[in-house]
Design a protein around this ligand. Structure first.
Ligand code: URA
Length: 219
């Protein structure tokens, strides 16, 4: 019925995000986040990890199967690609902070694949519900550069009109009132796109080239 609010309209992590907290306190609070239904099926919240004084923050989409099991971002196959590409682009992982736009793993089961959990991308509502966590992380860390890994991270940081194919490898400015607080953003493809590409080598080289744009901004 027109004008009737669906329960999804109420999705937001905002009431779970403590004010004036450090990263450790944010992480603890995020473990109990029920801001959207994704917490019901996921094993745990996968909060960001890395240096609280990081010069660069890398934002992915959502944790995958391995991340959900281990509780850390980018510890699975996409993370291995990312580690190698960061190294090749000259970005020190010890000066980086890794996080995701959405902090819970979303998945489905398909009968022919048995017990395997198959990744599903977050909806726009789940993405915006989780936004307050990303915003709080970026507000505390104040990185010099934010790397958006893929379309979902780009949308979280730059809005729904973001197009990774058009804007990757460029230096963009986040909106002052958005989650990036006016910071510099360099978008690129998601590292898992390298693993899915027909020409993996070309896709990987493209990822490294985009990361070099971020590395140059770091100086
Ligand atoms: N893909 C993501 O976007 N994030 C992770 O942490 C792992 C895979």
């Amino acid at each position: 019925m027109a004008g009737t609010k669906s329960p999804e309209d109420a999705y937001t992590a905002a009431p779970f995000v403590p004010h004036h907290a450090d990263l450790g306190t944010l992480r603890e609070a995020a473990a109990g986040c029920h801001g959207c239904p994704l917490h019901r099926e996921a094993t745990r919240t996968v909060f960001g990890a890395g240096d609280a004084d990081a010069r660069v923050v890398l934002v992915g989409e959502e944790p995958g199967d391995q991340e959900d099991r281990q509780g850390k971002p980018f510890v699975g196959p996409a993370g291995k690609v990312l580690d190698r590409a960061l190294d090749e682009a000259g970005i020190d992982p010890d000066e980086s902070y890794l996080t995701n736009a959405v902090k819970h793993f979303k998945f489905t089961h398909v009968p022919e694949r048995g017990k395997r959990r198959i990744h599903k991308p977050p909806s726009l509502r789940e993405l915006s519900a989780c936004g307050p966590w990303l915003e709080a992380e970026l507000e505390l860390i104040e990185p010099e550069v934010i790397v958006a890994l893929g379309a979902t991270a780009g949308r979280a940081l730059l809005g729904p009109s973001f197009r990774v194919t058009k804007q990757r490898g460029t230096r963009l400015e986040g909106d002052a009132s958005g989650p990036a607080h006016g910071g510099l953003i360099v978008p690129t493809i998601h590292p898992s796109a390298v693993l899915r590409a027909d020409d993996r080598e070309a896709a990987y080289e493209g990822l490294v080239a985009d990361l070099r744009v971020a590395a140059e901004l770091l100086g």
